[in-house]
Design a binder for this molecule. Structure first.
Ligand code: CP
Length: 309
């Protein structure tokens, strides 16, 4: 089994790792979780340091550690306010000090792009990037790919519509890097003019000869794709996105979109969902977003085993 250290960005993983290492181990972890857990990480200590709010990522990492017999011995859910960051301490100093308290792994959500990389540069303990501002969220992308494989039994040759606030969302950035490790995939970026995918990702796709197209109306392509990956407007990133809000009705997943979709397509969303997926969609079997969040637990259990054993 591969030994992992820091998890900072999606580009560090390849197709072999996903298909031959991570996906089989995540499947095994699902069985372990449903049987009540194990003690393979007994004696291992996790610190979780979150500068931005989280439900899924923090809960699933902490529960994953507990299910494998390890302990979460330090946890802060609002480090910007309740750690010495409030007094002006840098992330580098915080990580340096926390290392002296002997963690085996640190799960870090930082509120600026590049925060996890800065932390990894000075940390002896492995750093897991649980989201860094509008940068990346690599463990989300890993669980997203696992979900696609589990739900539609293939990734190569599929087509995806990434929808919503693509300018400010980190999950679509990490997913773009990882999805294109698979051959013959197609990406539609669907957003308003003010929320378009940033050039660095589009340049990466062009460099790797990946087919992509930009549109502003989900209804035009809903019948063509295997996956609709919806995202919310990232209001906390400070962008007003007035134009985006005026046109976002073209990007909502609702009954009209369900009626257009292929019968075996799926709808994903990293969550939290606000109003960009109508509640009636939850009752359609193609709504995979709650199953996707559940998969996060199994994928994070697998990652912790790869890092800590
Ligand atoms: N998908 C995700 O990162 O959710 P949380 O912000 O709740 O962790």
């Amino acid at each position: 089994m591969i030994k992992l250290h820091h998890i900072i960005e999606s580009q560090q993983f390849n197709r072999h790792f996903l298909e031959k290492e991570l996906f089989p181990l995540a499947k095994e972890m699902e069985k372990i979780a449903k049987q009540g857990g194990s003690d393979i990480l007994s004696g291992k200590k996790m610190f979780t340091l979150f500068y931005e709010p989280s439900t899924r990522t923090r809960a699933s990492f902490e529960i994953a550690m507990s299910l494998l017999g390890g302990k979460v011995v330090f946890s802060t859910e609002n480090a910007r306010q309740f750690s010495s960051a409030a007094k002006g301490e840098t992330i580098e100093d915080t990580i340096k000090i926390l290392n002296d308290y002997l963690p085996d792994v640190i799960v870090l959500r930082y509120d600026e792009q590049g925060g996890a990389k800065r932390a990894a540069e000075i940390s002896r303990a492995p750093i897991i990037n649980a989201g860094d501002g509008a940068g990346q969220h690599p463990t989300q992308a890993l669980l997203d790919l696992y979900t696609i494989q589990k739900e539609i039994n293939k990734i190569a040759g599929t087509s995806i519509a990434m929808v919503g606030d693509l300018a400010n969302g980190r999950t679509v950035r990490s997913l773009s890097y990882l999805y294109v490790k698979f051959p013959e995939v197609k990406i539609y970026f669907i957003s308003s003019e003010s929320a378009k995918m940033k050039d660095d990702i589009k340049d990466y796709l062009k460099k790797h000869n990946v087919w992509f197209e930009e549109r502003n109306d989900l209804r035009e392509i809903a019948s063509k794709v295997d996956i609709i990956y919806q995202t919310r407007t990232q209001k906390e990133r400070g962008a007003l996105l007035e134009e985006h809000e005026k046109t976002e009705s073209f990007c909502i997943v609702n009954q009209e979109v369900l009626d257009l979709m292929k019968k075996d397509a799926i709808i994903m969303h990293p969550l939290p969902r606000v109003d960009e997926i109508s509640p009636e969609v939850d009752f359609d079997p193609r709504a995979a977003y709650f199953r996707q969040a559940e998969n996060g637990l199994y994928v994070r259990m697998a990652l912790l085993k790869m890092i800590l054993l």
